[in-house]
Design a binder for this molecule. Structure first.
Ligand SMILES: NC(=O)c1ccc[n+]([C@@H]2O[C@H](COP(=O)([O-])OP(=O)(O)OC[C@H]3O[C@@H](n4cnc5c(N)ncnc54)[C@H](OP(=O)(O)O)[C@@H]3O)[C@@H](O)[C@H]2O)c1
Length: 346
């Protein structure tokens, strides 16, 4: 998925977009989206027209559709589905961007978008678009700051991460490992649990759906937990709270167990009693808090990739129309790593 510079191309008069057809009621379905054709947008003064190369989908976007993600605003049917993508500039009039530049920004689920140049990050075209969207994208950066700044993991500590085979989770576990922690990952199948160990170098992989999960979880954390990186909330958060060490840290990254439903469950038992008794710090964060430091995270993540201590996992989809299915799969736990929807082969 490397993208090079190309000559100016003839532009079509129409392009395809994926709209939110209806706000999900219960679990997300592909029928909640609709593909339609629309006139090609025309960039106004100072703006640029971009052709989407690939998009990624994050679990947090389901919280956006639920109305529970403060940063995403109120969800609304009839709109183009929002989202992050890598795109190529296809029309620009002066300014810092040139036709052919590869950029990262809020492309949405559509083939073309008009963008403010300041809202775009110019990318290195020699890096895979899937890496720009995954391990070096918002989810990779989320993992980096969640582990280093919120969890403040130290060498020798026990680090546990939920949704460990997912986009944020697989990077978080590898970052903690690179920093010298003992890493336990929780995922949704035996295959994923084995992959965490065999492919990504985690110390232990656990299947949250197995009958003996609670016993296996205790056995995997004999010295209890110093940092729990919580992507899920729900039962897993509760189980981890009961295993925290004194002065442990719970990194509240997301609540995916409560997104794909119209009836989110209550919070876990143990708050605040266990936090008080064990002097545990439980802290939520949003990656946007760290925006001025994104480059620092990307440099360190790239260095770990070059050194072979960080492996990027992706699940690929082909064509804009496959985005709704990728979203449904992500929530159902059938993807691994970052879902990447290839929209255009530049
Ligand atoms: N704080 C921030 O700034 C920030 C930024 C980005 C993402 N996030 C959060 O990070 C988390 C992960 O996002 P992602 O995009 O990387 O998604 P992801 O982990 O790639 O995909 C979601 C995973 O959650 C697991 N899951 C689904 N339902 C579950 C349930 N009921 N209980 C436990 N696990 C369940 C599934 O994995 P298994 O079936 O394998 O367990 C699924 O693959 C989300 O909570 C998201 O909101 C936060």
């Amino acid at each position: 998925m490397g993208v090079g510079k190309t000559a100016p191309m003839a532009l079509p008069t129409e392009h395809r977009q994926v709209l939110i057809a209806s706000l999900p009621n219960g679990r997300l379905r592909t029928e909640d989206f609709e593909v339609r054709s629309a006139p090609l947008p025309v960039p106004g003064d100072g703006k640029v027209l971009c052709r989407t190369v690939a998009i990624t989908i994050g679990a947090g976007q389901r919280a956006g559709l639920q109305g529970s993600a403060s940063y995403a605003g109120a969800p609304e049917a009839g709109r183009v589905m929002g989202g992050t993508g890598v795109a190529q500039v296809v029309s620009a009039s002066g300014g810092r961007l040139r036709v052919g530049d590869l950029v990262w920004g809020q492309t949405g689920w559509q083939e073309y978008s008009v963008q403010q140049p300041e809202a775009l990050t110019v990318l290195d075209p020699s890096v895979l678009a899937s890496d720009h969207l995954g391990v070096l994208g918002l989810n990779g950066v989320t993992a980096y700051f969640g582990v280093t700044e919120v969890g403040r993991v130290q060498a020798g500590e026990t680090f546990v991460v939920s949704a460990a085979a997912g986009s944020v989770g697989h990077v978080a576990g590898q970052v903690a490992k690179a920093l010298g922690a003992r890493v336990v990952g929780i995922a949704g199948s035996d295959e994923k649990a084995a992959m965490l160990v065999d492919l990504l170098g985690f110390d232990v992989g656990l299947n949250r759906k197995s009958e003996n999960f609670r016993t296996a979880f205790r056995a995997a954390t004999p010295e209890r937990i110093d940092v729990y990186f919580d992507n899920t909330g729900g039962d897993l958060l509760e189980s981890a709270l009961f295993r925290m060490n004194q002065r442990g840290r719970v990194v509240c990254c997301g609540v995916v167990s409560q997104y794909d439903t119209s009836t989110p469950g209550p919070g876990p038992r143990g708050v605040p009693g266990l936090l008080v008794n064990n002097r545990v710090r439980m802290e939520g964060f949003l990656v946007f808090d760290f925006e001025p430091r994104y480059d620092e995270a990307r440099r360190q993540l790239s260095a770990w990739m070059s050194a072979g201590s960080l492996r990027a996992l992706t699940t690929g989809y082909s064509g804009l129309e496959s985005a709704p299915q990728a979203f449904v799969d992500l929530l159902a736990g059938t993807t691994s790593g970052t879902p990447i929807v290839q929209v255009w082969e530049a």
